[in-house]
Design a protein around this ligand. Structure first.
Ligand code: RIB
Ligand code: CA
Length: 313
């Protein structure tokens, strides 16, 4: 089977970085048509720079990286330096990237790619706020039906919120964009906190990256050492949820994940619950199914995949 063509839309972020490494380490399964940066964990000038740092770390400096939207559609930007540090990739010392940033705006790259590739052959993989995706859909409605699938990290039901009591960060930052995406009518697979909180960076799991004896393995260990302190303090857990790599792992090994086909809508008006993903997990409404909402994973299998693939970089 030919590799699946994807666009990764991202706000690196240590967990985004591991997701990008997994994708670039899996050319037999995934063809990364481009990486589009969005403002989220840190401002856009850092997320686009971080995306290029990760591509160079992976030894893939020819990967096309585009800068997208620097602010949400309607809301003021909320960032997460308290989790990811000032640079967004705090932990190890990093050199500035030398590979170029593409001059085309990320939204225009998304539109052009979906128009040029055969319809139904490109999967969108958002790992941050959905601003770029929603803006592309708004600017060029013709591209929506051409999307093969959207596989995104965001939202929560049983785990409720991580940035407010009700909302997960990616959806909270741009709820209007999330509402556009969740109502677009294309197949959507959602990796919410419900599943990512079961993919913890335990000491034993991260020691496997340290044991690789490679620069990439050392970087992943240093990033997770930094990134996990926030969640471990907050949840008292034995590691942090490795959120975004769940998206890429799902494309490679969907059998690692289980979920339900349900209706998910986004709260956009209430100041108290803005950005909440109202997931009808128990089917108490007759609202139409619009999402494959993932609730569980084989965590050991997930980390085996991460170690096997990233160990090849
Ligand atoms: O809530 C977790 C999500 O927000 C992850 O994608 C993390 O990188 C941040 O973007
Ligand atoms: Ca992210």
């Amino acid at each position: 089977m030919s590799p699946r063509k994807i666009i990764i839309d991202t706000d690196p972020g240590q967990d985004d970085a591991v997701a990008i490494l997994l994708a670039l380490a899996s050319p037999g399964d995934i063809e990364v048509l481009g990486i589009t940066a969005v403002a989220g964990n840190v401002p856009l000038h850092l997320t686009e720079k971080n995306a290029r740092i990760v591509c160079e770390l992976a030894g893939k400096p020819d990967t096309r990286v585009f800068a997208g939207c620097s602010a949400p559609m309607l809301q003021p930007l909320v960032t997460a330096e308290h989790v990811h540090g000032k640079t967004g990739l705090d932990g190890p010392q990093l050199d500035d990237p030398t590979m170029p940033l593409e001059s085309q705006h990320a939204v225009d790259f998304i539109i052009e790619t979906l128009r040029n590739e055969p319809s139904g052959t490109v999967t969108l993989c958002p790992l941050g706020p959905l601003t770029n995706i929603a803006m592309a859909f708004r600017k060029a409605p013709d591209i929506v039906e051409r999307v093969q699938e959207i596989v995104l990290m965001g939202g929560a039901y049983f785990e409720v919120g991580n940035i407010t009591p009700a909302a997960e960060f990616n959806i909270y930052v741009d709820p209007e964009a999330a509402s556009v995406v969740f109502s677009c009518g294309r197949p959507i697979t959602v990796m919410p906190l419900d599943v990512t909180h079961k993919a913890l960076t335990t000491r034993a799991r991260i020691d496997r990256f340290r044991a690789m004896g490679t620069k990439v393995g050392d970087m992943v260990a240093a990033w997770t050492d930094f990134f996990e302190r926030f969640d471990m303090e907050k949840y008292g857990s034995e590691g942090a949820p490795l959120h975004d790599p769940c998206v890429i792992a799902y494309l490679i090994a969907p059998q690692l994940f289980t979920g339900r086909n349900i209706n998910v809508e986004i709260e956009t008006t209430s100041p108290l619950t803005r950005g909440m993903t109202v997931a009808d997990w128990w089917g108490v409404t007759n609202k139409p199914v619009n999402a494959h909402f993932i609730g569980d994973l084989d965590a050991e299998g997930f980390y085996d995949l991460l170690v096997e693939r990233i160990g090849q970089l």
